[in-house]
Structures are given as C-alpha cells and as structure tokens.
Design a protein around this ligand. Structure first.
Ligand code: HAM
Length: 425
C-alpha cells in the first residue's frame, strides 16, 4: 500500500525479520575484532565538513557529489559522515592516542550517508563495520586486516569469497605513474566519458575504476601501476602477497583496483563473492593502507591500514545464500493462565521467572486455554505452567511436563525452584 509517508529515497527500514541478520553481522564482527585486540569506538554522526573535504579528498565522488552537508544555527559547516576513516583519525589525534603504545587498533559499527544514485546494494544510508590499525607500517598488518574481513565473512557462512588486491604506490612512485597515465589518457581523451575527461587533470587513477564502457576499452591498454612501483612499494606488496599465500587466502591481483577515496597508499583491497566481482556496488567490503592521512589531518607522519564491511550487502548476500536465522524465541517454559485472578498471579510469576533467568513465554492477551496451549506447542516448551482461578486461590501452580504429560501441583512460592529442578539443561 502506498502510504502518505515513506522512507526518504535510497534509505530503508530494517524490519524485525532482517534485524536478526544485522545483529548476527555485528556480533560476529565484534567477536572477531576483539579476538584481534581491536577496541570499539563511536564517533558523532556529524563531523566538520572540512574533515571529509580534506581527509576523503576534494577530487572524490563522495566529496564532489555525495555529502549531506548542512549549516547549523550557529554557523558551523557539518556533514553526515559518509565514511569512518577520517573520523577515526580525528579521534586518534584529538585524544592524543599517538601517546599510547602503537599501533592503536580501533573498530566501529554504525550508519553512514552518501547521496548516491540508489540501486541494488547502494543506499543513501547504509551500515558499515570498520577496523583501523593506526601506527604500524609492517606489511603483516595489511595481510591481517584482509584476513580479518575474510574471517568475518567466512564465520557468517558466506562462500565463494575472493579478495582483489592491488598496490597503488606511494608519494615517491605514484606521481611518476600519474604522469605516464595522464599522458596516455590525454591521447585517448575523445574516447572517455565526461567525468573521466575531467579526471585526467584532477585524479587520472580514478579512470581505472570507471564503469563506463568507453572508458573500460581505454583502460584495457593503459599503463599499470604495478609496473611503475618503486623498490620499497614493490617489496612491501610482495610481502603482503606472500603473507596471503601463507595463510591460504584466495586472492586475485587486480591492477585496476584504485578505490574511490584519495588517502590510499600501497595496498588496497576489496572482497567479493565469486561471480559478482568487479562491480563497485557488489563489493562486500574494502579498504587499504593510508600512510599519509594522519599527517594530512594535523598529526605526525603515521602509517595506518584499515577497511570496512558493507553490512547491508553482507546481509543481502546471507539472504541470497539462504542462510537462515533462528527467529523463534527459545522458550523452555510456557505460562498459561485462566481468569482474572490467574492472570494477576501470572504477572508476578512471570517476573520471578525472568529474574531467575528462565526463558519463559506467555500469551496474556489470550483468555482461551486451548489457544494458549497451541502457542506453548509452537514454542516447543519443555514445561507448561497453569495458573487458573483455583490455583490462584490455593496459592499453587500446576506444572505439566510436555513430553511425558505428567502434571504436578506445587506451591506458588516454591515455583521457581521446582521449575528449575524439572528443566532439562
Ligand atoms: P568504501 O569502499 O567506500 O570504503 O566502503 C566500504 C564498503 O561499504 C563497501 O565495500 C560497501 O560494501 C559498503 N558501501 C559503501 N557505499 C555503500 C552504499 N552507498 N550502500 C551500501 N553499501 C555501501 C570506506 O568507506 C573506507 N572508509 C574503508 C576503509 C577503512 N579504508 C581504510 N579504513
């Protein structure tokens, strides 16, 4: 039914049936992140716009086209966070975490906002689970970050995962490559889409990421970064790949993987499901190294590496793979009641059971015993308790073992102890 009010374009509700999946992703992400010693942070949904303009980068689609920005009544220019890395770095600097033992390992989960063209798997409000390792340059961290995301997705029972990796160089070798690439692109300029024509000057590497058919053809013969890496980058990347080999993680080199954010250096990665790779809107997650971002945002030169998982896409993949979530409440005891007095005593007994940590179900809104028993059956409860007028007056409760059919009456004040005795572990 088309109602008067709907979710804003590109934004979606999460219904109870889907929330189970979101919770599962969060729980699994948390468990894995904590195993690797990451600590959770929360940053505001709004940040100073300049943080993203500088951090995410002036030439990115995010800053040029996708930010939800506003001016507050006090005149501050703020933006709904489109991603989590600049906020994490701001937090690291603002709270003097450079004085902590390094690296500092942080993780976060929450909603992010990009004014994108809505399509399958691409929303204007979406959820990410992100990890950032700040203060470590060793290539083992690159491999481990990729491995953590792989582990989370595996733990969620997703199959056919494939990691695409690339190395996009550093301040030493990239400017060189940029020039080589730009001059190649200028020679093909008439075959590029309008956005890419503009990108030749601003950020030629992004053309490698363009999905336009015309640009794809140009890209196929473009010089590749991998052939223009300096010795240090080459060595770093070789180690990353060796680590990935060592842990047996399935990866594929994608020389065109450049990612849509300006801060990356050296290793970049994206995770796909086999058969769906190569399309930006199907990456389940991605990230990379960002060795210059901390300095750019006002800190000392500090190497860092991180990534994020697109939770909505992971949930979608889980549903497509028909991974089921246990939606039924696990009820061990069902409490059935009859009559006003019975209902009254039941309310108290229900609270006593909750405090004793016994999983109990009820149906206080029903009066008929038959319909309540049907629900008890559906729950698959081990025991059903009856509290009617007679029991209420006598101060007792009837316990029925649903398997054997055996019924016993016990005193209401002893009910919790008696129920515990009869419950199978
Ligand atoms: P990103 O590639 O822009 O990276 O986003 C990471 C993941 O978030 C994507 O792979 C995708 O699954 C999901 N995602 C992005 N945009 C949308 C959208 N509009 N709708 C649904 N899902 C989306 C970052 O955000 C970096 N901060 C990752 C990072 C952390 N790099 C270093 N540290």
């Amino acid at each position: 039914m088309k109602t008067k009010f709907q979710t804003p374009t590109g934004m979606h509700d999460i219904l109870p049936i889907d929330y189970k999946y979101y919770e599962k992703v969060l729980e699994t992400g948390k468990e894995v992140a904590e195993f690797y010693n990451f600590q959770r942070i929360e940053t505001p949904i709004l940040e100073m716009s300049e943080l993203f303009e500088k951090g995410t980068g002036e030439t990115t689609d995010i800053v040029q086209k996708q930010m939800y920005s506003l001016k507050t009544r006090g005149g501050d220019a703020l933006t709904l966070r489109p991603e989590g890395t600049p906020p994490a770095v701001r937090l690291y600097l603002e709270h003097g975490m450079f004085n902590y033992p390094q690296p500092v390992k942080l993780w976060y989960y929450g909603p992010f906002f990009r004014y994108e063209k809505p399509q399958a798997g691409r929303y204007r409000q979406f959820w990410q689970m992100g990890l950032e390792v700040i203060g470590e340059k060793n290539s083992i961290i690159d491999a481990q970050t990729i491995q953590i995301y792989y582990n989370i997705l595996k733990e969620l029972k997703l199959n056919n995962l494939i990691v695409e990796v690339n190395c996009i160089g550093d301040q030493l070798c990239r400017p060189h490559y940029r020039k080589t690439l730009a001059s190649y692109l200028r020679s093909k300029d008439s075959n590029l889409c309008a956005d890419c024509k503009r990108r030749i000057k601003e950020n030629p590497l992004r053309i490698l990421d363009c999905k336009d058919e015309k640009c794809q053809a140009v890209k196929a013969h473009a010089p590749q970064m991998i052939d223009h890496l300096c010795e240090e980058c080459k060595h770093h990347f070789k180690e990353v790949l060796e680590y990935l080999d060592e842990i047996g993680l399935p990866y594929r080199l994608n020389p065109y993987l450049v990612r849509g954010l300006d801060y990356y250096t050296r290793t970049v990665f994206e995770i796909f499901q086999e058969g769906k790779e190569g399309q930006a809107q199907t990456a389940l997650g991605g990230g990379g190294r960002y060795d210059y971002l901390i300095k750019l945002l006002g800190g000392k030169e500090t190497p860092a590496m991180g990534g994020s998982l697109g939770v909505d896409r992971v949930v979608q993949a889980m549903k497509e793979a028909q991974i089921t979530m246990d939606n039924e409440k696990k009820v061990k005891v069902f409490l059935a009641q009859l009559g006003y007095l019975g209902k009254k005593k039941s309310l108290k007994l229900f609270e006593d059971l909750r405090r004793a940590n016994i999983q109990v179900g009820e149906s206080f809104d029903r009066d008929s015993l038959k319909s309540q028993l049907k629900i008890a059956d559906k729950y698959g409860a081990q025991l059903t308790l009856f509290l009617g007028q007679k029991e209420a007056l006598e101060g007792t409760v009837l316990i029925r073992n649903m398997e054997t059919g055996r019924q016993e009456t016990v005193k209401l004040e002893n009910a919790v102890v008696e129920i515990k005795k009869r419950l199978k572990k």
